[in-house]
Write a protein that binds this ligand. Structure first.
Ligand code: SF4
Length: 608
């Protein structure tokens, strides 16, 4: 079947073995790729109940049928594993050359298990793979690992690497590529660290098989031109996601001081226009003509790539209103391989714990030196940093009285939107299949435009539609969603790309069926690993229900618990899940998840 190479690479680091094999064709039509492949592989081959940081856990790196093709923003792959942060299904996507060269090397996915005896790298070179011991890379920042490996393997390669955070098993350590592209905030960097795997190098010169090369070429030509003519294009390439700082401030959803407030006094100083006045360049993913990585110099004069999430979380959320200093924290996070969103969340939590005297250490809101020192303690697991490296949920269980303002869902720290006055976005975070990550949780702009404070069925339906597109279609195809989200690049392009690449014609509702299958399988994975389900896991943090904001246009507002429960019940019903959030047998059968339904039925009571 065209579009997919049909091959996967299996790597056992403990045995030093690599095996190239074909995977079952049914995976392609049932799960498409990327996240869909990862969820199915983890379901089928991961032993139940493994410790995510044990050698038994598997790391899945997967692309989809559009990954690496010369079409807009196709340079993305999914990194997935049982998450060491949430103990459920965890994934993230990362843009970069690794996506292109993995597919050109002849693979749709790579599955890594075992633990190397010493720190090692994996080199995948055109359907050959080799594991090499590389203790000399220990402790190196991600950019240095990358330049070292580029010297050795040349320029036409893709690299994924971890920093000290991954080596030290910080549970929200991520994976970094090309000094600023990062993915896997559910702790995929810690999984690599637990396997003693410092980096993966992809070298590939093959071509990716497509069904109709001429159509694809024509579509590529037309679509690139179409992107250039979209009304928001010029502004997007000037500011990328950074203009969201001003938008969030205006709409009182910019997280401030550990999500106490939705506005920040210094928002202008860290916003899109401030960034523009400092901007010295732009970076992005391969095959993208709408590159969104804004480069500025940080307070040390070093180059950093900024986007909304890292500035919201390492700026407003910790009270820091100096963009060059926010950039310095971002660079520290990228070099250490720790997720900027979770780091900003954990720092905000710790500053609040200090203010409330729940800890002995003294930190002040907005003080850069305090934030940097704390970040260093976290990635090296020194002092209180050792506890904080476990994530905000675990830390809150040790700090009595902090549970209500530990800002996470299912153990994953909330990303950059305050939801005191955004019930739909709160539901999006609550029901995201990996925890509170904006990648899967996004209704905020629709909600602000259409129905700010309502707890309505229309909102639930919109959320499910967006989950199907963002977390279903984009994460399985696997391509970047931002041209669609931010520029209005139409979804129909991707359906046409898919047909030209694979020769298969799928309607939008058929893509939605695949998306539902993936979401239901992810939910089944959580149920299997936890041995059941409690709907409380689909609730956002208590702060948003209990503590009103004191500032901004929505001051005094909190989420309504009954309204939230109503929307959650509706969400479960619409998804074909029971009132306890467990997929019904009929739903799983309809989605073709037959053996999965049997296994879930053996663990919990499954309603028909
Ligand atoms: S829009 Fe940004 S994140 Fe998406 S592919 Fe382009 S550069 Fe990468």
């Amino acid at each position: 079947m065209n579009g997919w190479t049909g091959y996967m690479l299996r790597v056992d680091l403990a045995k030093g073995k690599t095996i190239t094999s074909r995977y079952e064709d049914s995976l392609k039509t049932m799960f498409i790729g990327g996240r869909g492949f990862a969820a199915k592989i983890l379901w089928d081959y991961l032993p139940v109940g493994v410790d995510p940081l044990s050698s038994e856990n598997k790391l899945v790196i997967a692309g989809g049928p559009l990954t690496g093709l010369p079409i807009p923003s196709s340079g993305k792959i999914v990194l997935a594993s049982k998450s060491p942060l949430t103990y459920g299904y965890g994934d993230g996507s990362i843009g970069g050359l690794a996506a292109v060269y993995m597919r050109r090397a002849g693979y749709d996915m790579v599955v890594v298990e075992g633990r190397a005896e010493k720190l090692s790298i994996l080199v995948i070179d055109n359907r050959k793979a080799e594991i090499s011991v590389r203790v000399d890379l220990k402790g190196l920042p991600t950019s240095e690992v990358e330049s070292e490996l580029r010297k050795e393997y040349g320029r036409g390669i893709g690299i994924l690497s971890i920093g000290v955070a991954g080596e030290n098993l910080v549970r929200y350590a991520n994976v970094v590529s090309q000094s600023g592209r990062a993915g896997g905030r559910t702790g995929i960097g810690a999984v690599m660290g637990s396997k003693n795997l410092k980096a993966i190098v992809f070298i590939g010169e093959g071509s990716i098989p497509v069904a109709d090369a001429r159509s694809l070429e024509r579509l590529a030509y037309e679509s690139y031109h179409s992107i250039l003519s979209l009304p928001n294009y010029d502004f997007w390439v000037r500011q990328g996601t950074m203009s969201t700082i001003e938008w969030s401030q205006e709409n009182s959803v910019l997280p401030c001081m550990n999500f106490r407030e939705g506005v920040f006094d210094h928002a202008e100083d860290i916003g899109g226009y401030a960034m523009e006045s400092m901007k010295i360049g732009r970076r992005g993913c391969p095959y993208c003509n709408a590159k969104c990585g804004n480069i500025i110099e940080d307070s040390y004069g070093l180059q950093v790539e900024l986007d909304y999430e890292n500035v919201a979380m390492l700026g407003a959320n910790i009270g820091l209103g100096d963009l060059r200093k926010v950039a310095a924290l971002t660079r520290f996070a990228d070099e250490s391989g720790v997720d900027t969103i979770s780091l900003g969340n954990v720092i905000g939590f710790t500053f609040e714990a200090s203010e409330k005297k729940l800890i002995n250490e003294r930190y002040e809101w907005g003080v850069f030196d305090d934030a940097l020192a704390l970040a260093e303690d976290i990635v090296y697991r020194r002092g209180i940093g050792d506890l904080l490296a476990e994530g905000v949920h675990t830390a809150s269980m040790k700090l009595y009285g902090s549970e209500d303002w530990a800002m996470h869902v299912k153990g994953l720290e909330v990303s950059g939107y305050d939801c005191h006055s955004a019930p739909g976005m709160a539901l999006a975070y609550g029901t995201s299949p990996i925890g509170a990550h904006h990648k899967d949780a996004w209704i905020i702009s629709w909600e602000v435009r259409n129905d700010r404070l309502g707890y309505t069925i229309a909102k639930v339906d919109k959320l499910i539609e967006l989950q199907r597109i963002r977390g279903g279609i984009f994460e399985s195809l696997t391509v970047c969603r931002l041209p669609w989200v931010e520029l209005g690049f139409e979804l129909k392009w991707y359906i046409d790309f898919f047909e030209a690449a694979t020769g298969l014609k799928l309607r939008l509702d058929e893509f939605f069926d695949v998306a539902d299958r993936i979401y239901t399988l992810m939910r089944a994975f959580w149920i299997r690993e936890r041995g059941g389900w409690d709907p409380i896991l689909d609730y956002p943090p208590a702060r948003w229900f209990k503590e009103p904001t004191t500032r901004g246009s929505f001051r005094g507002v909190v989420l309504d618990i009954d309204g939230y429960r109503y929307m959650l019940d509706t969400y479960y019903r619409r998804r074909g899940w029971s009132g306890n959030g467990i997929p019904r047998k009929s739903t799983m059968m309809k989605l073709g998840l037959v053996s999965e339904a049997d296994l879930i039925g053996a663990i919990v009571r499954v309603e028909d």
